[in-house]
Each structure stands twice: as C-alpha cells, then as structure tokens.
Design a protein around this ligand. Structure first.
Ligand code: ADP
Ligand code: MG
Length: 571
C-alpha cells in the first residue's frame, strides 16, 4: 500500500488513492492536520501533533517545531534531555502518520510519496528520503509541493496546454511556482519565494500591535515575559482565523505567567485594523511573484489558473490581491491546506500502478544553480575560487549537462573537482556539496581536456562524473558521502535510537491528548472550577490505571465536555 504525504513546516497530512479518488486520512484525534511537532513527556513518552503542541504551552523545552527548516543541515535540536537531527524529528511525524494510515486502511503501509518545497536543495531532499526510511517507508518518489497541488486540480489530465501559478503561503514560508501543463507533462517553469514569510508573521504582527496599544514593545516583553507573549500569540492565532470570516475578533490578554481566565481583559480587533497592520506583509509576496514570472518568461495575461495552497491563503485579502493582479478568481475548490497531500496521493497511485505512470511524466525543476569551482586567468595570474555553473536554476529535471574544462598547469595528473550550489559568482558565496579527485590525466602541457557531466534526477539527487579525454580515466560521485547525509550504519543507529522512544498505541494517544489539555487548563482555572477539574482528572486517571475500556471512555467524555465548557481559550 502506498500513501502520499505533505510533510509541512507547520502541519503534515497523509492521504491515499481510493477507487473514489484521493482521500485524506484522519489521525487518532480524528483530524486531518497533524501539527509537525514532537515532544517528550516527563515519563519519557513520545508525543506527536496536537498533544506535543499542548505540552509546548507549558513546557517548551520538551518540544520541537519548525524543524523542517533545518532539514539537510547538521544542526541538533534538543527535546527534553535528548538531541535530534531534523530528519529524525521529521521521521517521528512520518511514523505517526504511517500508524494513522495503517489503522485507517487496515493493512500495512510500506511505501510513500513525500512532498518537498520546490526550492529544496538536493541535501534537503536526501534528508527527506532519510526521514521516510527512518519511519519505515520505502520512499518511492519525492515530488515538489506545487506539482502535487497541480495534480490535485487535475492539471496533468487536461488535453490542451495550460499555464498555472501556484501561490503557497504556509505557516512560515512563502512559495510561488509557475507550472506548464503540456501533453500530459507537468513542468515547473520557475519558482521563487521567501523562506521567512508565512501565516505566523500575520499572527505575530497582530500580537505586536496589541502590545503596542498598551505601550509595550514586542521584543522587550518577549525577553521579560516569554510566557505572556507565547500565550498572546496563541490567542492571536485564533483571532486571526476568526477574522477570515468575521468582521472583528476579541483577544484575551494573558497575565505575566501566560495564563488567561474568565476575568482576563479582552481586546477587540476589527478586520480593517488587521488588514492595515498586515498590509506590508502582503506586499512582500509581490516581488517573488514578479521574479517567478520573469524567470518563466511569462506575463500576467499568460497565467491561466492561479492555485491557492497553504492555510494562510484562507485570509480573504490574498485572493483579493491575486484577483487584482491576474484579473481572475484563484482556484480554491479544494481546501488550500489539503491540496498538496491529495496530489501526493494521486501521484502515489500512479507510481504504484505502473500502467498509469507511463501516461504521465511529471517533470520538475532544479531549484538552484549547480556547478564546479574553476580558476580564472586574471591579468596574468591564475586565481581560483570562481564558480562555473553547469545546471542553472529553474532547469527542468531530469537533466544531464556536460561541459569541458582544461588543466591549468603542465604535467598536471590529478584535478580536484569541487561541486557547489548557489547563485554567487564566487564559490565562497555558494554552498559546498562535495569534492572528489580525477586521477590519471595524461602528462603534457596545460590545457588537457576534462569533461564534467552533471546528472540531476527526479528525486533531486545529483551525480557528477569527470573524465580525462584521451586517457579513459574517470571518476564520479553521487552526492551521498556528504557530512549531512547519514551512512547506512548511522541510519541503523538512528533507527535504534528512535525505537527506544516509548510510543502509545493509537487509543492511548487520544487519552494522552486529553490529559495534556486538562493539564494546561488546570493552570488557568481557579476555585470551584479548578477543584471540579481536579476531580475529573483523577477519575479519568483511575479509569486509565484500571484499564477498563468503558470506564475510560465515560470518564474521558465527561472530562472533555467539562474542558470544552471551561477552557478560557475556547470562545
Ligand atoms: P505549512 O505548509 O507551513 O505546514 P499550512 O499550510 O498548514 O502550513 O498553513 C499553516 C498556516 O495557515 C498557519 O500560519 C495558520 O495560522 C494559517 N491558517 C490556517 N487556517 C487559517 C485561517 N482560517 N485563517 C487564516 N490563517 C489560517
Ligand atoms: Mg505546506
């Protein structure tokens, strides 16, 4: 069985292709969106998703979020007393989605198509494949998020050529991609974006304005009263969502311990205020839009469909801005936060049924320029450190490019090939990927010819080959031995380490979530309500300890109903 997974910075989703089309799979809480959050509880229990987010409110040091940004780097994230690499944390999210899918489908799920942003480098793609492997998946294909969104809208099935623009505003990142559908091939023509722009910025702006109205500075307050600010952001997140449909929303102002209660002061924000405060954030999306269009060599009039992706595109000002720019309503029949997972599920089905796959060749783009270091003869002296591109940014992949270079000194028998990624003229400005040596170059004067070939495949994996003309000497490297990639032994060790974590069976996850929720609300209540809550929690804990399923269910339902009625965060 194969599934499609949208492994997001903020939220992740899993979907599969049923005879009735692609369908999302709910998690153990019955929700389609699983926050990409990992936590470790005081008893060493692993928490993923909503439960980890609840724990984050009270014990931020026990939780990790937004680790997708660190994919493909060596950075370690500490969670409670353990440290993890981004791909390990991602694998825990994937594992939880895998378990949800297996429970829902009723059979083992071993294969997956996982989506990544179009700008992900080959290291980041590799890290994503590793995360999948750590979770126990055979990762059949990594596809770009905008490609998946276009597939979900059936663009690959259209008979005539069509150009679409995918506008993806997620929690923390913004991506624009331009796709061309032609003879059942989907091709990304260009992609652009901002790595630090997303729905969270709209939330933080709202929080910062509310603080400003009280004469408080965001940064200062955050340093002095981190709990107040983190809780205020939590409240602003809900207000922001209400403002997508309502004209105004109220925000409860937390105390310095980050608690809100019935008697907390509440601030009312109108849609007009919110639009005015976030106008400049919205304006920031225009530059990448223009760059993508000019990279693709297209004008606004040539864009036929505009597809909305990402939870933050639910804010009505986004569609309004796009309508003003392109003169047409963006496509939004599908839920913008579901569309990537749905497309991945379709792609998964196509990969699985070999017959269907041949009918649709999905091409993608190489998001960065790839090349090698060369030296240049400048005013009679030979200077190294220059970048010579072989595959330029936004080239359609799979692609293979060859170029010839020359040795620079007489009788040079070896040459070091150093591979870089980036847009800078000098290698110092670019990211080093790998290096290897080509030996056995025939002796002779400077100027012996060396051919270098770059092959970039659909999974974003780069292979570099070098050959000395006239001698038959060859050397090559597939970019895997890089520090940021796990070796098979490291992969094995990482799997063992992750297996040490205790994971609740699915039924227990619901219980644990309710307990986490109760813990947080307990801190915010006082008097009779708090005493009542204490009693209900104890009753529930007793039922859990006795392992009596019907008692557990009854106590949990009562506790949930009580929480819903008293949680100051719920309107
Ligand atoms: P990612 O791709 O980064 O995982 P998502 O596509 O799940 O992110 O989008 C998450 C963002 O969407 C969050 O910033 C959230 O605030 C925002 N969002 C979700 N629903 C709404 C809504 N109804 N109104 C405004 N913003 C929303
Ligand atoms: Mg996303």
């Amino acid at each position: 069985m194969i599934v499609g997974i949208d492994l997001g910075t903020t939220n992740s989703l899993v979907a599969w292709l049923t005879p009735n089309g692609p369908e999302l799979i709910p998690n153990s809480l019955g929700e389609y969106l699983t926050p990409s959050a990992v936590g470790i509880d005081r008893d060493g229990q692993l928490l993923v998703g909503r439960a980890a987010k609840e724990l984050q409110v009270v014990a931020p040091e026990r939780c990790a979020t937004v680790f997708k940004r660190l994919m493909g780097t060596d950075r370690k994230v500490s969670v409670a007393d353990k440290t993890f690499r981004a791909e390990e944390l991602s694998s825990l999210v994937l594992k939880s989605l895998k378990a949800d899918a297996e429970k829902h489908i009723g059979q083992e799920v071993t294969e997956a198509v996982i989506t990544v942003p179009a700008y992900f480098s080959d290291l980041q793609r590799k890290a994503t494949i590793h995360a999948g492997q750590l979770a126990g998946f055979n990762v059949r294909r990594i596809i770009n998020e905008p490609t998946a969104a276009a597939i979900a809208y059936g663009l690959h099935e259209l008979q005539k050529e069509r150009v679409a623009l995918v506008f993806d505003l997620g929690g923390g990142t913004f991506d624009v991609s331009i796709l061309d559908q032609f003879e059942s091939t989907l091709e990304i023509k260009a992609s652009a974006g901002e790595i630090f722009l997303g729905g969270e910025d709209f939330t933080r702006t709202l929080a910062s304005q509310i603080l400003a109205a009280k004469g408080m500075n965001f940064e200062h307050t955050e340093t002095r009263h981190p709990q107040l600010v983190s809780r205020l952001i939590h409240e602003c997140e809900k207000a922001k969502r209400r403002l997508t449909t309502g004209e105004d929303a109220s925000v409860k102002f937390p105390d310095t311990d980050g608690l809100v209660s019935e008697s907390s002061e509440s601030v009312t924000v109108s849609r007009t205020d919110f639009l005015r405060w976030t106008e400049s954030l919205l304006a920031k999306t225009r530059l990448p839009l223009q760059r993508a269009m000019s990279d693709a060599g297209l004008t606004r009039a040539q864009i036929e469909d505009v597809i909305l992706v990402g939870g933050a595109t639910r804010m009505p000002q986004i569609a309004a801005m796009l309508k003003e720019i392109f003169g047409r309503e963006p496509l939004c029949q599908l839920d913008p936060d579901h569309v990537v997972a749905l497309g991945a599920a379709i792609q998964g089905g196509l990969v699985h049924l070999d017959s269907a796959v041949t009918e649709m060749v999905v091409t993608d783009i190489c998001p960065f320029t790839l090349g090698v270091e060369v030296s240049k003869d400048i005013a009679g002296t030979n200077r190294g450190g220059y970048f010579s591109p072989l595959i330029s940014r936004n080239t359609t992949i799979p692609v293979s490019r060859m170029e010839t270079f020359c040795t620079t000194t007489a009788n040079q028998s070896t040459v070091k090939i150093r591979v870089f990624q980036g847009e800078g003229r000098r290698i110092d400005d670019n990211l080093f990927l790998a290096e290897f040596e080509l030996k056995g170059i025939p002796r002779g004067p400077a100027g012996q010819v060396i051919t270098i070939r770059f092959t970039y495949d659909l999974n974003g994996v780069l292979e570099v080959e070098a050959a000395a003309d006239g001698s038959g000497s060859k050397a090559s490297c597939v970019i895997t031995h890089h520090a940021q990639n796990l070796s098979p032994e490291e992969l094995k060790r990482a799997i063992e380490k992750l297996q040490e974590l205790k994971v609740d069976p699915a039924e227990d996850q619901v219980n644990r979530h309710v307990l986490k929720w109760a813990d947080r609300v307990y801190r915010e209540l006082s008097g009779d309500a708090r005493r009542m809550l204490e009693m209900l929690i104890t009753g529930f804990e007793e039922a859990l300890a006795l392992q009596d399923p019907s008692a557990i269910e009854n106590h949990r339902t009562t506790l949930e109903q009580f929480l819903e009625s008293v949680d100051p965060s719920i309107e």
